[in-house]
Design a protein around this ligand. Structure first.
Ligand code: WTA
Length: 637
């Protein structure tokens, strides 16, 4: 497979960008023509950001799995689609060619059908990083079911909220998952999530860890048994459901500034075109390259750059079950050497963590296959960038700093490997079709270079969020109402003298902890569930490895005297309600929170205390009780 729309020099990028703005319909129409359609679209783009209503390739009919699988069979059927590396370095790896993956996806799609799953049904998937996860995702897409993947680190409560919000009647999980030295009992967490639930009709369980599980009669079935049934039925084929371009492909829950996670909805055609185009151009993927994205498929990065981007491009995608530091901090480098990885795409937090282990783990590892390095999920600091460049890329591999969000579906701002210039800590330039702008708090656009502001996007790109599941008004309010007529990202941004963009971090109450998005309100809600907690306020603070840490100020009335124990109980509560990723790093008990007379918590002050910056608390005269500031400052942990 070649990519006629792959751009390989800067002039080509400029040309593509210019055309994408002047003639978006012509530009994207030409690119979309390279895919497999059951029916061509009537109109490339219709949009109105005020409602918001956005339609790409309306009237077109297709199935994304035909683009990710069937169309590669003739020429690349024998080539590896997925290479899977176990958590356990001793366990044999698995490799699925396009032919095999196609077969398995159809097989499992038939399993879904046998179990009553129909087009438009929501299917929650809660699994570890095994090939069956990718197969489950693609099988849903094959029959037009809407997948909602839930990251394997979320707790039963968080799963229940998501299953309920999506009104999902089907769940796919595993007995357990391996993650480093841990064995996570996924099915048992699902059982907890479904206590008292009467809407889930079927739970399909694949075996991975052989952890004992309880199978509920009439509800739970084994993946392997169901496959056997399909085999005896004797028809391995499963036609790809004809989907409208704007039919929902998936829901993915993400955190915002309110307590309740939002189901971000992506649709079929635009998402496909965007993940493919950005994969081919930002990473400069060439057929035959091995692409290793270290994210989990439970996050958008895994959806777009482990599954849909690489597979729609006929590429080879490497799926890793484990974590970077187990059994030791050389795990990534071992994998790069073993599979001659060409593209490595990871998060700054992983780089910082591995950096901390020193160079010993790189000793004797052959990284010469690497051609392109990428980062995603959070701002990268200079030190980590240079370490990545020097010790991993050996100063020969371009590093792309890809800025994007769950809501954007794929990369919006990034340099293109070896094509457009890189600049440490800068995401640099927008993708074709992306019109970034900076606005001040009043919503005025800030023109010119060498300026900072809130990052907005002025027009739709094909993979923009369409709605938040079951609550369109929430989508409008969150993204399209702050600055009417623009999509608001929630990020702060600098545009330097050369017009390059640098993302400076969230300007709302969303934290980015180890590249994971967590809403402060969500953590506060979880903390407040603890019996002894009266009120809490959560802020972020700079953390050497995680990027941001979670600092909780808590008014506590607990009766049992041991402060450390009480704090542990609170941490445990958060872990139960959301999952271990949201555990506070620091907890400070306070007699009160700095509130204004109107009752609003002055978070600015709490942030300063958490950061340990006592230099200037600013104007505190509007506080109900200004003397609290000193008490809180002195109690910093
Ligand atoms: C942050 C992850 C700086 C940003 C794909 C954004 C980044 C949030 C970068 C989205 C980057 C992502 N540089 N910050 N290259 N990439 N972010 O939805 O704050 O998990 O709004 O999507 O991560 O996180 P999400």
């Amino acid at each position: 497979m070649t990519y006629p729309y792959q751009v390989t020099d800067f002039a080509g990028y400029e040309l593509a960008y210019k055309r994408s703005i002047e003639d978006p319909e012509g530009f994207w129409g030409d690119i979309a023509a390279n895919f497999t359609w059951k029916r061509k679209w009537d109109k490339v783009l219709e949009w109105d950001f005020l409602r918001p209503e956005i339609k790409w390739f309306n009237g077109g009919k297709l199935n994304i799995t035909e683009n990710c699988l069937d169309r590669h069979l003739e020429h690349s059927g024998h080539l590896p689609a997925i290479i899977w590396e176990s958590n356990n370095p001793e366990e044999h790896h698995r490799m699925l060619t396009y032919k095999e993956l196609h077969f398995k996806v159809m097989q499992f799609a038939n399993v879904l059908k046998n179990n009553g799953v129909k087009k438009g049904d929501r299917v929650c998937i809660y699994m570890g990083m095994i090939p069956e996860l990718a197969i489950a995702v693609l099988a849903c897409a094959r029959i037009g079911a809407i997948h909602s993947v839930i990251f394997g680190g979320f707790s039963a409560q968080a799963i229940a909220d998501r299953v309920h919000d999506a009104r999902a009647e089907y769940i796919i999980t595993s007995d357990g998952a391996y993650r480093g030295a841990k064995d996570i009992p996924l099915k048992s967490v699902i059982d907890d999530a479904l206590v008292g639930d009467h809407t889930v009709k079927r739970v399909i369980v694949s075996t991975r860890t052989r952890t004992p599980v309880s199978m509920i009669k009439g509800r739970d079935v084994w993946w392997e048994d169901e496959i056997r049934k399909v085999e005896t039925q004797g028809n391995p084929f499963c036609a790809a459901e004809e989907m409208d371009a704007e039919d929902v492909l998936f829901i993915l829950y993400t955190s915002g500034s309110t307590g309740k996670p939002k189901g971000v909805v992506h649709t079929t055609a635009g998402y496909m075109v965007w993940t493919n185009y950005t994969f081919v151009n930002a990473f400069q993927y060439q057929p035959g390259m091995v692409h290793f994205c270290t994210a989990d498929i439970g996050w958008i990065t895994g959806h777009s750059y482990i599954v849909y981007g690489p597979l729609s491009a006929g590429g080879t995608t490497l799926m890793f079950e484990g974590i970077p530091t187990w059994p030791d901090a050389g795990r990534f480098w071992e994998i790069v050497e073993k599979y001659k990885v060409n593209i490595l795409y990871t998060a700054p937090t992983a780089i910082r963590s591995l950096m901390g282990f020193g160079l010993d783990y790189l000793e004797g590892k052959d990284l010469s296959s690497l051609k392109v390095l990428g980062t995603v999920g959070e701002p990268i600091n200079e030190e980590a960038w240079h370490w990545y460049n020097k010790h991993i890329g050996k100063e020969k591999c371009p590093i792309i700093d890809t800025w994007w969000q769950t809501e954007t579906g794929g990369v919006l701002i990034s340099n293109w490997a070896g094509v457009t210039p890189a600049k440490p800590t800068f995401a640099t330039l927008p993708m074709p079709g992306v019109q970034p702008c900076l606005v001040d708090d009043q919503g005025n656009e800030i023109e010119g270079n060498g300026v900072t502001g809130n990052l907005c996007i002025k027009a739709p790109w094909p993979a923009i969020i369409r709605t938040t599941y079951g609550d369109h008004e929430r989508c409008r309010q969150t993204y399209f109402s702050t600055y009417p007529g623009k999509y608001f990202t929630g990020d702060g941004c600098l545009r330097d003298e050369e017009g390059h963009y640098r993302i400076t971090g969230r300007v709302d109450d969303v934290l980015n902890v180890s590249g994971h998005r967590i809403g402060t309100a969500e953590v506060e809600n979880a903390i407040n569930m603890h019996a002894g907690v009266i009120e809490s306020a959560v802020v972020g603070y700079p953390h050497d490895i995680k990027g941001q840490g979670i600092y909780a100020f808590i008014i506590y009335s607990g009766t049992h005297g041991d402060i450390q124990l009480s704090k542990q109980d609170i941490v445990q509560t958060v872990s139960r309600i959301i999952g271990p990723i949201a555990k506070p790093d620091k907890i400070q008990f306070v007699p009160g929170l700095p509130k204004t007379r109107s009752g609003k918590i002055m978070r600015r002050i709490l942030r300063k205390v958490a950061e340990g910056d006592f230099s200037n608390f600013g104007d505190t005269s509007t506080l109900l009780d200004p003397s609290l500031v000193e008490v809180i400052r002195d109690g910093r942990v």
